[in-house]
Design a protein around this ligand. Sequence first.
Ligand code: BTN
Length: 333
Amino acid sequence: MVDDLKGEDKLLQLLRGHGGETVSGSVLSGHLGVSRTAVWKWVNLLRRRGYRIESTPSRGYAFLGAPDIPLAGEVGHGLDTRVMGCRIRYLKEIDSTNRLAMDLGRGGEPEGTVVVAESQTEGKGRLGRTWVSPAGWNLYFSVLLRPPISPEGLARITLVTAVSLCRTLRAETALPVQIKWPNDLWVRGKKVGGILAEMSADMDQVRFAVVGVGINVNLPAEALPPRLRKTAISLSNAAGRTFSRVALLQALLMAMDRDYELFCREGFVPFRDQWTQLSMTSGQKVQVALPGETIQGTAVGISAQGALQVKRRDGVLHDVVSGDVSLMPEGRE
Ligand code: BTN
């Protein structure tokens, strides 16, 4: 694994391994088998990436700290997963991490590859919407999967991912994060994140799937476009403190890794009750906008196939497989 690392990453590992102690340039160059000038160039490269490295003339270099940027080396550092993050590709800017992950899927990249970007110029949301993706605050990432399922199973992967993300965000932030069917994460009545799953499939088998996740982590309210301020929020806004994006992403990938393994073995059933408990619509009066009609009723749960079950006033149970769900204003039905 270490041999796959670039020179500057090996240097980082060495410095980090000394836990803040100063290591001389000659010891570093000896270990890495390069000149002291090369070490000095790599130190500067790492500094440009945001690492804090102290240099003391005639003594050497010391590692002082890492940036909170989801760089491959940071996210992969101590990541305890089976599949998720086996390869991590970080990009400062990209059109869409889902788009790149789909291309990588076609090119045979392994299951678990993660594409993470600092910003997206054409971030994609559900139903053809745009995902606003400015640099510096949030998480935008896509995971490439090769699940042994038929195309209808993709919706259930989205639901399982929502459970993994919701549970982890609750644990990491202590915020009352909830799932809004099918793929939104909400906190205190506003959207904080979303999931967009895409796939390449033939009639009865998924070739590969991409699960894309966007989470507003530290975005200040004033950085949101005005049209979104009533409906969107970030974790930091809701909690009144900021969060480490690297630590969050690691925790999310670890949860997704465990849940994906269980899903591949046992399907959606082990997640059904958790989903219902975490869903903001469970037991609530909802309105569902379907193509060409709107239905109203009480959201009673989720079917084994992952459809939202809505009971109309006349008692008829609807299995909703796609559409936009909203909570009915109090007292109306
Ligand atoms: C939604 O709620 O509409 C889904 C939003 C999904 C956004 C993420 S950001 C990372 C990944 N790349 C994309 O282009 N979209 C997803």
